[in-house]
Ligand binder design. Sequence first.
Ligand SMILES: [Fe+2]
Length: 241
Amino acid sequence: MSKNAKVFPLNEVINNVTLLHLSNKVENLERRHKQTCEMAVRSILHALDYKDHYTFGHSMRVAFYALIIGKEIGLTNQELYALELTALCHDIGKIGIPDSILLKPTRLDDRELGIMKTHPVKSAEILGDFTYFGHIVNFVKHHHERYDGKGYPDGISEDDIPLFSRIILVTDTFDAMTSSRPYRKGLDTNIAFDELVRFSGTQFDPLIVTNFLKAMAKEHMKQVGTFSLNIVNGRFKKDAA
Ligand SMILES: [Fe+2]
């Protein structure tokens, strides 16, 4: 051993090894906790799929659209993960809406509409049971707030609405407009884009609409008809028709 070599006291070496061991253990526990929570999300979505197959597919597409906006505005990977969770879970509260309203093929009356409008709060309540999802509960709760403050449940406006909620409103509305339902055919994507622009600044955050159009133009260039997500397995069709 050279003269200059540092000799560590034995108790310091033992402490360092113990710390490393503990930090590996914590990392493993965190990874397992995350996997368990993701399993819970997939189970809840599975239940939603049985309840209303349309809303399940809609949630997958909303997650895809939200992620391309997130990438367009430069969100970090951690933020993209939270955005995907928000998008996947935004409508899970529909599990708590009676079938006679949720699956009604004709226009909802005022009473039914009032019940339907409780779904964002119900989504937040379901997620609120998991401490792991605490950071996205508020984003889910506010996904029907309008930029001009005329949305629900709280009627908040502009930057008071969480960014992820503003993203979900744009993508949610776009998918709802372009999806074909038994009682009506989905709108052409270009007409739906025009509608987003028309209601930009009233219903929607203009910056989100601009970035969505940019991101969709890039997606169109790729000529790929399917997409995959991080939290839910499988490939999904981009076409909602
Ligand atoms: Fe919704």
